[in-house]
Design a protein around this ligand. Structure first.
Ligand SMILES: C[S@@+](CC[C@H](N)C(=O)[O-])C[C@H]1O[C@@H](n2cnc3c(N)ncnc32)[C@H](O)[C@@H]1O
Length: 315
C-alpha cells in the first residue's frame, strides 16, 4: 500500500472533522469511566487528526498512545499534546496483530480508537481487535469508515464504472491481516463487537465536498482514476476521459462530491440513554443532528442543482 503523506492528511482533516458524528462521539464519551486517567490507543494515528478531534470531547486527564507505521507522520502527532492531554507515539506495524508488541498496546486502555482506518483492515484483523478490546475492557470508537457510496454532481456517465472499480480496489490487501473489508468494514465491526457483548452505536459521517474544497476534490478524482485503472487497465482511456471531465467541473466551480462514511462506537454496559448524565444531552444531540444533517443535505443538493441550471458562461 502506498504511504499516506502529511500533506494529504492535512488537506482532508477539516472535511473529516466536519463530517464526524457528534452523537456517536458523545455516546462513547458518556460510556467512559470518570475520575480516572483516560488511557487511549489510537491505531493508524497518522499526524494525530483523531486526537485533535476527540481530546476536547472526552473526559480529562487523558493519556494517548498514537501508533502508526510511518515515523514521519508521527513526528507531527508528537506535538499534539495540550492541558490535561499527554501524548506518546509508537512506530509499529499494527498489521501484525498476533505479535506480542501489538497485542500489549491494548493493556490498560479504556478507549481504543481509529479514524479513516477500518476500511483498510481485514475481517480477521478486526475480529482480533474486538477481542483485544473486550479483554482490556476498553470502549471503541472507529470514525470515518468509507462505506462505498459516492455521489458526484453534476452526474457523469462514467461515475458508476469508476466507483465500482474503486470499491473493488478498496478490497485489495492493504497489509492489515489480508483482503481488506473496504465498504463492508462498518457492518463487520458492528457484528464483531456485538459478538463480544458490546453495545454498538452507528452514525453517518459523510464528506460533503462543495466547490470550495476544490483541491481535495481534485486529489480524490486523481486517486480514484489511478485505483480504477489499476483494477481495469483495459479501460484506461475511458477512465482518463472521465477524470478530465470531472476535473473540468471542479475547475469551473460546479462540482460537488459526497463520499459515504460511517462512525461506530462500541462499549460494554448500559445503553447510551441509560446514563443519567447523557439523557438530556442525547435528546439535544439528536435534535441538533437531525437539523444539521437536513440543513447540510439540503444545502448540498441546492448547491449542485443551482450550478447545473446555470448558463455555462456563469458556471
Ligand atoms: C487514511 S490514514 C488515517 C490517518 C489518521 N487516523 C487520520 O484520520 O488522519 C491511515 C493511516 O493508517 C496507517 N497505517 C496503515 N497501515 C498500517 C499498518 N500496517 N501499521 C500501522 N499503521 C498503518 C497509515 O500510515 C496512515 O497514517
Amino acid at each position: 500500500m502506498p504511504d499516506f503523506t502529511a500533506a494529504w492528511l492535512a488537506l482532508r482533516e477539516p472535511s473529516d472533522h466536519a463530517a464526524r458524528s457528534p452523537h456517536v462521539t458523545r455516546a462513547v464519551a458518556c460510556a467512559l469511566k470518570r475520575n480516572a486517567e483516560l488511557c487511549v490507543l489510537d491505531l493508524g494515528a497518522g499526524t494525530g487528526s483523531n486526537l485533535r478531534y476527540l481530546a476536547g470531547r472526552l473526559p480529562t486527564p487523558q493519556r494517548w498512545m498514537l501508533v502508526d507505521r510511518q515515523a514521519a507522520l508521527l513526528a507531527h502527532a508528537a506535538r499534539a499534546d495540550g492541558p490535561g492531554v499527554a501524548v506518546e507515539t509508537r512506530r509499529l506495524d499494527i498489521g501484525r496483530i498476533r505479535n506480542k508488541s501489538v497485542r500489549s498496546l491494548f493493556d490498560g486502555k479504556s478507549l481504543v480508537t481509529a479514524s479513516a482506518l477500518l476500511d483498510l483492515v481485514s475481517e480477521r484483523w478486526l475480529r482480533e481487535v474486538a477481542g483485544l478490546c473486550a479483554d482490556a475492557g476498553a470502549a471503541a470508537l472507529f470514525a470515518l469508515t468509507y462505506d462505498g457510496r459516492v455521489d458526484c454532481m453534476p452526474a457523469d456517465e462514467g461515475d458508476e464504472l469508476v466507483v465500482r472499480l474503486v470499491n473493488e480496489h478498496q478490497r485489495r490487501d492493504k497489509g492489515l491481516g489480508g483482503r481488506a473489508l473496504g465498504p463492508d468494514a462498518a457492518d463487520c465491526a458492528a457484528d464483531a463487537f456485538a459478538a463480544c457483548g458490546y453495545r454498538v452505536q452507528r452514525g453517518r459521517s459523510d464528506w460533503m465536498l462543495r466547490a470550495d474544497a476544490s483541491e481535495l476534490q481534485r486529489q480524490l478524482i486523481d486517486g480514484w482514476a489511478f485505483a480504477a485503472t489499476e483494477v481495469a487497465p483495459a479501460r484506461a482511456t475511458e477512465i482518463d476521459l472521465w477524470r478530465a471531465r470531472r476535473l473540468e467541473h471542479v475547475t469551473a466551480g460546479r462540482s460537488a462530491i459526497r463520499v459515504g462514511h460511517e462512525d461506530l462506537g462500541a462499549w460494554n454496559g448500559e445503553a447510551f440513554d441509560q446514563f443519567p448524565q447523557c439523557r438530556s444531552a442525547k435528546a439535544l444531540a439528536e435534535r441538533r443532528n437531525s437539523r444539521r444533517s437536513f440543513r447540510s443535505a439540503k444545502a448540498f443538493t441546492l448547491h449542485a442543482s443551482e450550478r447545473r441550471t446555470r448558463p455555462r458562461s456563469q458556471a
